[in-house]
Design a protein around this ligand. Structure first.
Ligand code: ATP
Length: 454
């Protein structure tokens, strides 16, 4: 009987990520760059699968949501209109002894009142710090050539609102989805890939009639929470956190965060905001272009309200790793490390092994792996004891392993081994594809019972 151990730390997750090729420090051979990370062979698969999962949920499964891919560099007026130039700033303070920097809003009330750092030292005077990275477009670095690396992907959607309305069949209510890089010169970056200066967002901006904003806000809150559960995240590690009136961003009428319980505490995964007509009215004012929407059935012309769902992709990768990571005591003195990813996001779906290399078993296993490769991401491994091969796949979250043995050569069946339960089943080679597909489709993870198949 396997039992889960509970002392899961970030150190363990960071170490597994490096050891197995999920995530490396950026520019590793030069000693790394603070808070920048590179995705290795398994990490890039995990990230792109989470992105695909989100994209499918938000576009393919909705009639009325379309996608775009806007550029990172945008006209500088965009950021004046959005309010980022004047107010996208955090307040920073410094420990006057250690020179460590802190975000004012991340300190406790007592630390703020007494102007004392978490180390007990006096703090410097608070000062504002704009989070946008500035650069210059073209060879001459003067004021006229300043551009910003976008601090959010949302503005690329708003400035394309008219283009999308005019060129696609969308009618309000409808949404525009986008996934892409965003950049913020964060004062404090920590907790691995949780908060970095370069990150990826998955945003869907939903345009609604102003009289229907509350209804759609509630709708998207429920949809987005359900999405994480569908992704296999434990419901007990998810919760909503409402922004109080003094925490609301300058554009928001209402805001909820979806939070996840990371090993370092509850933190935001995604923001759901009612942005009203703030953005479209500001872009109307700054661009001089009419961004109103004409309802051709009622002849009403208006500026739509926007319900925003803004999730971090790179932060979702960390969530998936933290939620999936488990150490399990197996039998007396054995501990296995297992990543219980939803099979749809596991970097490798099926590991295929010959029990031994000889007697044609390796050739048969390769043949089966080549056939499965058409539909799943596969990995062939013939090295070491079979138990060790299973464990290596458990550690990177591979949900299914197939072993070819002598019986395979006689009756055309293989052993299908399930990551979560470690149970094994004899399956005919001809049935493998359908059996795996079915187990993925019916995958359900709850707090109490988290098993795939068998
Ligand atoms: P905070 O107040 O924590 O700095 P925020 O509330 O300003 O963040 P949003 O602007 O709502 O964050 O960003 C939407 C989502 O983008 C966040 O929920 C998060 O998943 C992701 N995100 C924001 N900043 C970062 C970052 N520096 N690194 C990684 N992901 C980020």
């Amino acid at each position: 009987m396997a039992t889960a151990k509970s002392d899961i730390t970030m150190e363990k997750i960071v170490s597994l990520c490096k050891r197995r090729g999920f995530i490396f420090p950026s520019s590793d051979i030069y000693g790394g760059l603070s808070s920048a990370w590179d995705y290795g062979p398994l990490g890039v698969e995990l990230k792109s699968r989470i992105q695909k999962f989100w994209w499918r949920e938000m576009t393919q499964l909705h009639d009325e949501i379309v996608g775009i891919d806007a550029s990172i560099l945008m006209h500088p007026r965009v950021w004046e209109a959005s309010g980022h130039v004047s107010s996208f700033s955090d307040v920073m303070v410094e420990d006057t002894v250690t020179n460590e920097r802190y975000r004012w809003d991340h300190l406790t009330d007592e630390q703020r009142e007494t102007k004392t750092s978490p180390n007990g030292n006096p703090l410097s005077e608070p000062r504002k710090f704009n989070l946008m990275f500035k650069t210059n477009l073209g060879p001459v670095a003067d004021d006229g050539s300043i551009v910003y690396l976008r601090p959010e992907t949302a503005q690329g959607i708003y400035v394309n609102f008219k283009n999308v309305v005019q060129t696609s069949r969308v009618r309000i209510p409808f949404g525009i989805a986008q996934v892409g890089k965003a950049f913020r010169n964060e004062i404090v970056t920590k907790n691995f890939i949780f908060r970095t200066c370069e990150f990826e967002q998955m945003e869907m901006q939903y345009f609604v009639h102003p009289s229907e904003d509350t209804r759609w806000f509630e709708y998207w809150k429920a949809e987005r929470l359900a999405y994480y559960e569908k992704l296999g995240i434990r419901p007990s590690r998810l919760r909503f956190e409402e922004h109080g009136p003094d925490e609301l961003a300058h554009y928001a009428k209402a805001a909820f965060d979806i939070q996840f319980e990371f090993p370092f505490g509850w933190q935001e995964l995604e923001g759901i905001h009612n942005r009203t007509d703030f953005d479209l009215s500001r872009h109307t004012e700054f661009s001089g272009k009419d961004l109103t929407y004409l309802d051709d059935q009622t002849n009403e012309r208006y500026l739509p309200y926007i319900i925003e769902t803004s999730a971090g992709l790179t932060r979702s990768v960390l969530m998936a790793l933290c939620d999936a990571y488990e150490e399990e005591e197996v039998g007396e003195n054995d501990v296995r490390t297992v990543l219980r990813f939803h099979p749809a996001i596991a970097p490798i779906t099926v590991g295929v092994f010959p029990l031994v290399k000889k007697d044609g078993l390796a050739e048969k296993a390769k043949e089966i792996e080549r056939a499965l490769r058409e539909d799943f991401s596969t990995f062939y491994d013939q090295g070491g004891a079979i138990g060790r091969r299973y464990r290596r796949q458990d550690e990177i979250g591979t949900p299914f392993c197939v072993t070819v043995d002598y019986q395979t050569m006689e009756d055309g069946t293989v052993t299908l081994r399930y990551r979560d339960s470690m149970e094994q089943q004899r399956v005919a080679v001809a049935e493998l594809d359908a059996t795996i597909r079915d187990a993925i489709r019916t995958y359900k993870r709850t707090d109490a019972h988290r098993r795939i198949g068998a």
